[in-house]
Design a protein around this ligand. Structure first.
Ligand code: 5CA
Ligand code: ZN
Length: 374
């Protein structure tokens, strides 16, 4: 499983957190069901938006990236997200990108425009076969997401940059094609194929990456390997705030680290972000956080209660829910019902060996399958 990682500025907002939580549930589910899984994630630690932010703030781009990566890692730990097996930055994987570019060149899929190298999308006859967007829409989104459809000298507006030649004031690395830095899409293609054989089982990320990013990776991967790049593309819905997508460009971000500093229990954030289905766009609100805090307290009370509740039935219900395209809302409703039963039993039960229940088993299962530590 390859999941697109952060560009390390303005991390970690609740949208990022929701996306990595969804893949954490997939990771846990596959491991629990006995599959072996290699989980790879990148860090886009050199790219236009990061350099622009560093310039804007008069900050060194490397120290900006390092500080945000370290914040992100602490946020992931606090949210109890299992770390990927390999977590690789673009800067440390430049040799893999150079290899991939050479191989694309061997396949006549690369051309030069004034010192910059472009991937020629026409070399993949299936380019964009996963999208229903018209070509006009593709070009508009490509431009929004850092593409340069109007640059003269390009063969096709959607051809994407894979090596950006040296520019004054920008970081650069030596290469057989002249000094420069890697383009965005080729970074994920190269890192994924270094660890995983095509077709990889899952390429994942937020739905904002569907086009162009994952279409470009798919096309580059197909030209590089003569195989499909991924068997499945898994895309998470966008988290919004007050009806708008939470994004760096809109500046309407809620940060996990700020909430942690405000002593908000990361388990309440985990419950809040997983209480909607991972594929749907959903909205963050103070009210959702409050409801999730109450829910967490309710589950904790239930766990501390000595009475009742059928733990085996609850575990079955959770597995059934997760097996249905990771239906965490349904799993959480099952936990609510189980908690209600245990708390209601407090009123009129006497402790007997029949109604104690396998409480340790429930706690361990919620931890293993849902990452929720009560
Ligand atoms: N570095 C690239 C991927 S190679 C990137 O998109 N970085 S990012 O920092 O912008 O986003 C990191 C991850 O969070 C991506 O998978 C992205 O799809 C996801 N994401 C970004 N904003 C949101 C949001 N509002 N809701 C849910 N997921 C989001
Ligand atoms: Zn990516």
């Amino acid at each position: 499983m390859y999941v697109c990682g952060i560009t390390p500025y303005d991390a970690t907002h609740l949208g990022h957190a929701a996306t990595y939580l969804a893949f954490d549930i997939i990771n846990r589910y596959l491991r629990l069901s006995g599959r072996s899984i290699a989980y790879i994630q990148n860090i886009t630690d050199v790219d236009d938006p990061l350099l622009e932010r560093a310039n804007r703030d008069g900050q060194d781009w490397e120290s900006l990236a390092q500080s945000q990566i370290s914040l992100f890692r602490d946020d992931m730990v606090s949210l109890r997200i299992l770390p990927p097996d390999h977590y690789m930055g673009a800067v440390e994987t430049i040799p893999w990108v150079l290899q991939a570019i050479s191989k694309l060149m061997d396949r006549n899929a690369v051309y030069e425009v004034e010192g910059d190298l472009y991937f020629d999308i026409s070399t993949d006859p299936q380019f964009a076969s996963y999208t229903t967007l018209t070509q006009e829409e593709q070009i508009a989104i490509f431009a929004e997401r850092g593409g340069d459809p109007n640059r003269s000298g390009k063969r096709h507006p959607l051809d994407c940059l894979i090596w950006r030649g040296k520019r004054e004031g920008e970081p650069e690395w030596p290469s057989p094609f002249g000094p420069g830095r890697p383009g965005w899409h080729i970074e994920c293609t190269a890192i994924a194929l270094e660890y995983l054989a095509a077709p990889i089982s899952i390429q994942g990320g937020g739905s904002d990456l569907h086009f162009p990013h994952h279409s470009m990776c798919a096309a580059e991967g197909r030209v590089l390997t003569d195989k499909d790049f991924a068997k499945r593309f898994v895309h998470t819905g966008m988290i919004g705030l007050d009806g708008e997508k939470m994004s760096k460009s809109k500046g309407n971000l809620k940060f996990v680290s700020v909430m942690r500093n405000d002593s908000i229990d990361p388990m309440a954030l985990r419950i809040a972000l997983l209480s909607g289905h991972y594929r749907t766009d959903r909205s963050w609100s103070g009210e959702l956080l409050e409801r999730s805090q109450v829910r967490l307290a309710h589950w904790r009370t239930a766990l501390a209660s000595p009475y009742g509740g059928d733990s085996a039935a609850l575990i079955r219900e959770i597995i059934t829910a997760l097996s249905d395209d990771l239906n965490t809302p349904q799993a959480f409703r099952a936990i609510d019902r189980w908690a209600d039963t245990r708390i209601a039993a407090l009123k009129d039960s006497a402790i007997t060996s029949d109604n104690v229940g396998e409480i340790g088993q429930v706690a361990r299962f919620l931890d293993a399958a849902l990452g929720i530590a009560l």
